[in-house]
Design a protein around this ligand. Structure first.
Ligand code: 3H9
Length: 719
């Protein structure tokens, strides 16, 4: 709703009231229409201020309404009526003015923002475009290039940048509503002819075609199949080439195609899923709202390799006091330099002072004795980790939380090495740890809810999207990755090339296909794990048992490449070739193609034509199938947790919503049918066997993803 009052004798004050972000729900739109009418009709009112309650102007259209039949007054005529008003209307922007919220402000005649406010048109991130006149007014106000930048990226700008761009007229450090009221008094009675943005001519850059062609090319490239950024460019082009009314028509048309698209549904699902994972729960019944985190003032990191350095930077950037420990002296000196450099570069980018003093270095594990929380980040070696946890348990003050940064190892086993296993959790960071947004917080069977709550809160402080997951080999992300990688190898055996597989995945929307990623992260990483599992034995590379190991189909292709010293980018050769060790541009490698041919001949395999659809179905459906197993096992509380992990940590295209959402869009019955088909064709691949939960969901009529939890709960209660 919107509340109306008359202040300072002649200013009509309209306050949007719809916690928590004053989204423009039907009730708020009704409220605005009514209160604007009232303000304009009251003779004593000479000017109007629109603001939002609780320090936030407006978070835009109510996204939750998009899924239902929209009712209530539409935004476009409502904003037009404000712009056409014969009394000055001033927007008082505190907190955020985003999407429809900023469009509402652009319909006002003046905009005053608090210095801490953020403004933007983030509709593109929801698969939409600013369809309440944003694509037509913003370029008229700030020019085409700046408007294109804001609208196609959806980025939020600070009040200072908004002032510089001309989005707002004034920035204040004082009470924004008071400043706006004062301003409204000062402009009462003045002509508004020059204040209605829709009447401005849109500045036309001389090289208009070249400008739009260039932007469109860039946008298409980075969009990776997302349609909204392209529609945003088309809408701004309409502003630059058509009269306002026709431009608005074009905006409406483009929005209509986006609004009902699967991509918009996927992106809006992601928006809510990202927030839903914060409301974590554990199978024990412990939950986010009943578990209190303990404050962390001092944190420690053990092991300053690539991961440890990134974690130390991420911790220091939160303002915590950090102790960084590395027992090898040379490594410690190098790490110190590297961490300082990373902190300095990060601070420069964010325009703040580097937190160099917040971090101290030591070669002795005793230095962590008074830390509230320790993150161990040494090599992925259980014996080494065991030793460190035993030491930490002896050295740390009572109550210190002990966290392990592992990507797959058993958190329960590490907890068993300590005196207080309830204080142990996993914190699985993704490289580079100070950049990547995802954090898997892994609870073991004995982890206390307080330990989980503390790790989740620390993750949030570090700017991470933290997801609480149960303890199993590979947790959620890497556990699902295993069958996906395995399928990619099998496809090569059957006739595909790395180029074909990667192209299919990249056209699907992944930034990089599986083989390019593998080259980037190093083939030796997986090799080491397979060796540890007793799978990658050199003497098995030929002969009968070469392609069956531990009773199931196995492809030694990755091991064979590693045996040749082809570790990927770092050695200049892997699934592709590079111009030099460390080179980044992947080129097709004729050697690899002959190697594959020889391999197939050696194993009596006949190459067949494999199309992109088979690549996608086999790679993605086995990954999804493992996701269902994870839900069935209670390792993830709901499909949102899995999807957020894949979108933020594994390059899954956001406009496809995450693997479980994607499965729901494809249709669960179809996924099941294809898995059954492939399992029949490949009975030696257990991952292909459809999960019981998937069968259950299909049998119960494939409910929408929001209702899967009910089916999972029922399944668990029957077990
Ligand atoms: C014709 C139409 C044209 C128009 O151009 C289309 C649009 O405007 S499209 C819209 C364009 N606008 C955007 O894309 C802005 C989207 N919003 C944001 O970016 C952030 O929420 C904001 C920066 C505002 C606050 O950040 P923060 O302080 O960290 O807080 P938080 O993020 O944790 O959210 C708190 C709660 O509010 C909920 N909620 C939030 N916004 C909306 C909404 N618009 N609606 C409904 N709900 C919304 C959110 O789900 C959460 O609920 P819960 O149940 O507690 O999980």
């Amino acid at each position: 709703m919107a509340q109306y009052s008359c202040v300072s004798g002649s200013v009509g004050l309209i306050t949007l009231k719809n916690p928590p972000v004053n989204a423009l729900s039907a009730a708020v739109r009704h409220g605005i229409v009514d209160t604007v009418k009232r303000a304009l009709s009251e003779p004593k009112v000479k000017s109007v201020v629109i603001c939002g309650q609780n320090g936030i102007f407006c978070g835009g259209a109510d996204i939750r309404e998009f899924a239902s039949d929209m009712s209530g007054p539409p935004l476009v005529p409502m904003i037009h009526a404000i712009e056409a008003a014969n009394k000055p209307v001033v927007a008082a922007i505190e907190g955020s003015a985003l999407g429809g919220g900023l469009e509402l402000a652009l319909g006002c005649h003046y905009r005053i923002a608090h210095s801490k406010a953020k403004l933007g048109l983030p509709e593109v991130t929801l698969g939409l475009l600013p369809a309440a006149g944003g694509t037509q007014r913003l370029p008229r106000l700030i020019g085409v290039p700046a408007a294109l930048n804001l609208i196609t990226t959806g980025r939020h700008v600070t009040a200072a940048e908004a002032l510089q761009l001309g989005v707002v007229d004034q920035v204040t450090d004082q009470n924004t509503v008071d400043a706006a009221v004062k301003f409204a008094l000062s402009v009462a009675g003045q002509s508004l002819d020059a204040r209605r943005i829709s009447t401005y001519p849109c500045p036309r850059p001389s090289d208009l075609d070249a400008l739009f062609d260039g932007v469109m090319q860039k946008v298409r490239q980075s969009a990776r199949g997302a349609i909204a950024p392209v529609a945003c460019v088309q809408a701004v082009r309409a502003a630059a080439t058509l009269p306002y009314t026709q431009g608005m028509e074009r905006e409406k048309e483009l929005m209509a195609t986006l609004f009902t698209s699967g991509q918009a549904r996927a992106l809006q699902y992601c928006f809510f899923a990202q927030r839903a994972v914060g409301r974590w729960s554990m199978p024990s019944g412990a939950r986010w709202d009943t578990s209190k985190p303990r404050p962390v003032h001092k944190a420690a990191v053990i092991g300053l390799g690539t991961m440890g350095r990134g974690i130390a930077v991420a911790l220091a950037q939160t303002g915590l006091s950090v102790v960084a420990v590395e027992t090898q002296e040379k490594q410690l000196m190098e790490a110190k330099q590297a961490v300082s450099g990373m902190l300095e570069r990060g601070a420069k980018r964010r325009g703040v002072a580097p937190a160099l003093d917040g971090i101290s270095y030591s070669g002795n594990i005793q230095a962590v004795a008074d830390a509230d929380l320790v993150i161990e980040a040494v090599f992925e070696d259980m014996t080494l980790k065991e030793k460190i946890f035993q030491q930490l348990s002896a050295v740390c003050k009572p109550g210190t939380f002990l966290c392990t940064n592992t990507s797959a190892l058993d958190v329960d086993h590490l907890a068993s090495q300590t005196r207080n296993p309830e204080l142990v959790v996993g914190m699985h960071f993704f490289a580079p740890a100070h950049v990547m947004k995802l954090l898997e917080v892994v609870y073991g069977t004995r982890s206390s809810p307080q330990a989980v709550a503390t790790a989740m809160q620390l993750g949030k402080k570090m700017g991470k999207v933290s997801v609480a997951v149960g303890n199993c080999r590979g947790f959620v992300g890497n556990r699902m990755l295993k069958p996906y990688l395995e399928q990619a190898f099998f496809l090569l055996e059957e006739g595909a090339t790395p180029e074909l597989v990667d192209r299919a995945l990249e056209e699907f929307g992944f930034a990089m296909g599986v083989f390019r990623v593998s080259d980037l992260s190093g083939l030796d990483v997986g090799w080491k794990v397979r060796k540890g599992d007793g799978l990658a034995e050199p003497e098995m590379a030929t002969g009968q048992s070469a392609r069956i190991r531990q009773g199931r189909r196995y492809s030694p292709l990755g091991d064979l490449l590693c045996e040749q010293g082809r570790y990927g980018q770092k050695t200049g050769q892997g699934w592709y070739q590079y111009d030099k060790p460390g080179g980044r541009v992947a080129r097709s490698d004729p050697w690899l193609h002959s190697f594959l041919e020889e391999y197939r001949a050696r194993h009596g395999l006949v190459a067949r034509r494999i199309d992109q659809q088979e690549v996608l179905e086999r790679c993605l459906y086995v990954l999804i199938n493992e996701g269902f197993h994870i839900l069935e096992d209670g390792i993830a509380a709901g499909p949102e947790d899995i999807d957020v992990i894949y979108v933020f940590g594994y390059g899954w295209p956001r406009h496809r919503g995450g693997p479980m959402f994607y499965a729901s869009m494809v249709g669960l019955a179809k996924v099941l049918e294809r898995l059954e088909h492939y399992h029949q064709a490949h009975p030696d691949v257990p991952y292909m066997q459809p999960c019981n939960l998937l069968r259950r969901l299909v049998a119960s009529g494939s409910p929408p993803i929001q209702r899967w939890r009910e089916v999972i709960k029922k399944l668990h209660s029957q077990l």
